[in-house]
Ligand binder design. Structure first.
Ligand SMILES: O=C(CO)[C@H](O)[C@H](O)COP(=O)(O)O
Length: 220
C-alpha cells in the first residue's frame, strides 16, 4: 500500500470550490497535486493554487491547475509534506531544499495541513536541519553552526558537480545537532546568523497532521 498516496488523495478530497490552495513540495505533495489536478479535470473543481517550488509549479502546470501567487492572494489552506514530525507537532522540512518558500506559504495560510506516512513520526526531531544560506556567507555560517554544536555539510547536487543551488539561487547547509530539545529556540537562533535565509524547523503554525498508516488514516 502506498501510504503517501493514500493520505494525499484523502486530503485532496477536502479541497473546496473557491479556495486558494498552497501546494507543498516533495513526493507526498506530488500525489496531492495530482489528485487536485484530477478533480479539476473531472469535477470542474474551481480553485487557485500557490506553488512552493518549481517542482510544484511544473506539476501544477502539467495538471492545468490555475496558478496565482501570494503577492496577489491570501491562502486558505496549504498542504505540504514533512521529513519529521515530533510529538508536539514541530516539523523538520527541507529534504527537497524548498523549505524557505514552503515556510512563507505554509505559515501564511489560514489552515496548514501536513500530510505524512507514519515513518516520519518521531519523539524528538533528530535529522540534520537544512539551512538555506546566501552562497557568499556559507563558510562563516558553517563556522557559526559548528560553534553552536552542529556537524555541517554543504549539500551537493546530484545533477551537476558542486553544490545544490536552491530555487532562490542559494546553498543548503545540512546542520546535524543530534536530537533537538527546543525546536522553537533553535529555529530562531539559526535564523539569527547573518547570511541565513531560512531553516527547516517549523515550530509553529501547524493546524492538522494527517498520517497514512497500514491500518488507515489517522489525525494527530
Ligand atoms: O520539505 C520538503 C521539501 O523541501 C518535503 O515536504 C519533505 O522533504 C517531505 O518530502 P516527501 O514527501 O518526499 O517525503
Amino acid at each position: 500500500m502506498n501510504l503517501k498516496k493514500m493520505v494525499a488523495y484523502k486530503v485532496a478530497e477536502e479541497i473546496k470550490d473557491g479556495q486558494v490552495v498552497g501546494l507543498g513540495t516533495g513526493s507526498t505533495a506530488r500525489y496531492f497535486i495530482e489528485r487536485v489536478g484530477m478533480r479539476i479535470q473531472k469535477e470542474e473543481l474551481d480553485i487557485l493554487a500557490v506553488p512552493t517550488s518549481y517542482q510544484s509549479l511544473f506539476l501544477a502546470r502539467d495538471w492545468e491547475i490555475p496558478i496565482t501567487s501570494i503577492t496577489q492572494h491570501d491562502i486558505d489552506v496549504a498542504v505540504d509534506g514533512a521529513d519529521e514530525v515530533d510529538k508536539d507537532l514541530n516539523l523538520l522540512k527541507g529534504g527537497g531544499a524548498a523549505h524557505t518558500k514552503e515556510k512563507i506559504i505554509d505559515y501564511s495560510a489560514s489552515e496548514f495541513i501536513v500530510i505524512i506516512d507514519d515513518s516520519k513520526l518521531t519523539d524528538k526531531l533528530e535529522r540534520p536541519v537544512p539551512v538555506e544560506v546566501i552562497p557568499t556567507s556559507s563558510r562563516l555560517v558553517c563556522e557559526e553552526l559548528n560553534s553552536m554544536g552542529a556537524k555541517v555539510k554543504i549539500r551537493m547536487s546530484d545533477a551537476k558537480d558542486g553544490p545544490l543551488i536552491t530555487d532562490n539561487g542559494n546553498f543548503i547547509i545540512d546542520a546535524d545537532f543530534g536530537s533537538i530539545d527546543d525546536p522553537s529556540k533553535l529555529e530562531y537562533e539559526i535564523n539569527n546568523i547573518p547570511g541565513v535565509l531560512e531553516n527547516g524547523i517549523f515550530s509553529r503554525g501547524v493546524d492538522r497532521v494527517i498520517v497514512g498508516t497500514k491500518d488507515g488514516i489517522m489525525e494527530l
